[in-house]
Design a protein around this ligand. Structure first.
Ligand SMILES: Nc1ncnc2c1ncn2[C@@H]1O[C@H](COP(=O)(O)OP(=O)(O)OP(=O)(O)O)[C@@H](O)[C@H]1O
Ligand SMILES: [Mg+2]
Length: 251
């Protein structure tokens, strides 16, 4: 299988806090990798490194086997790395359709006028394709519910047709059962396409085991567990995390 992204010996500190000590992780084309770990384990920090938002203190990232230094989120995006952040980067006072086109606005050439009608049409198409119920693409994002905003963020990232790696930091956290189900279905559809790699952070282990091909557990700044979903279970994942809790409370 073609490896899309690999992190080797990646570490990251914030002042005295060593968030990541020695991360080794890889994800292949056509694969959904579930990334789990306790609150504060460093999952979001790792995603932010893989998407160029943070630079690692040490270690190397490889995209399609080539070592890269991701300088910014824009740089990562130009390499086909798209991210839905946990703390969503949405502009609340812009309408839905402009949020969907953030940093990839369509303009008339040679004059820099926005092609609003076309962007509205494409926004509607993208949301309909996912099955997300948004009353109007001209509604301001600030007026939508948390789950609706989350859905738009996911739509925006998959909408970019050159995405080859999609990073999703708890996309299901604010979702109701129906919307969460739609997002999971969307991920399954993307996987069917076979040309994209996905890393999904989630706290619901049963969703992780259901939707992901492989699971990695992040503990003590390292990936301490790496198994195919069909070779593990919710019970095993819970046991791993609780075992750590028993050790840390006993000492
Ligand atoms: N910008 C920052 N400045 C300082 N410390 C940070 C920063 N970002 C993260 N940290 C710290 O790094 C550690 C890892 O945080 P991170 O957000 O990566 O955890 P997480 O696994 O995503 O947790 P959660 O499941 O709660 O989202 C925490 O101790 C956090 O306080
Ligand atoms: Mg997080």
């Amino acid at each position: 299988m073609a490896e899309v992204m690999r992190a080797e010996h990646v570490s990251k500190s914030f002042g005295p806090v060593q968030a990541l000590t020695d991360i080794n992780l890889s994800v292949n084309k056509g694969e959904i990798l579930g990334l789990i770990g306790d609150n504060g384990a460093g999952k979001s920090t790792l995603i932010k490194i893989l998407t160029g938002f943070h630079q690692p203190d040490r270690g190397t990232l490889f995209v399609d086997g080539e070592p890269v230094q991701l300088k910014s989120v824009t740089h990562a995006r130009s390499l086909g790395i798209e991210t839905v952040f946990q703390d969503l980067a949405m502009v609340n006072d812009l309408p839905v359709y402009l949020n969907l086109h953030l940093n990839k606005e369509l303009v008339h050439r040679p004059l820099p006028f926005l092609r609003r009608k076309e962007m509205k049409r494409r926004a509607r198409e993208a949301l309909d394709a996912i099955g997300i119920n948004i009353p109007s693409v001209t509604a301001e994002v600030g007026q939508l519910s948390g789950g609706q905003r989350q859905a738009i963020a996911v739509a925006r990232s998959v909408y970019s047709n050159n995405a080859k790696l999609l990073l999703l930091d708890e996309p299901l956290a604010a979702m109701g059962a129906k919307e969460g189900g739609l997002i999971l279905r969307l991920l399954a559809q993307l996987k069917q396409r076979g040309d994209i790699a996905i890393i999904l952070i989630a706290h619901n282990y049963s969703q992780v085991v259901d939707v992901c091909d492989r699971v990695n557990l992040l503990q003590h700044g390292e990936i301490t567990f790496d198994k195919a979903s069909k070779e593990t279970s919710v019970a095993e994942l819970l046991e791993l995390v609780h075992a750590e809790y028993r050790v840390s409370t006993a000492t």
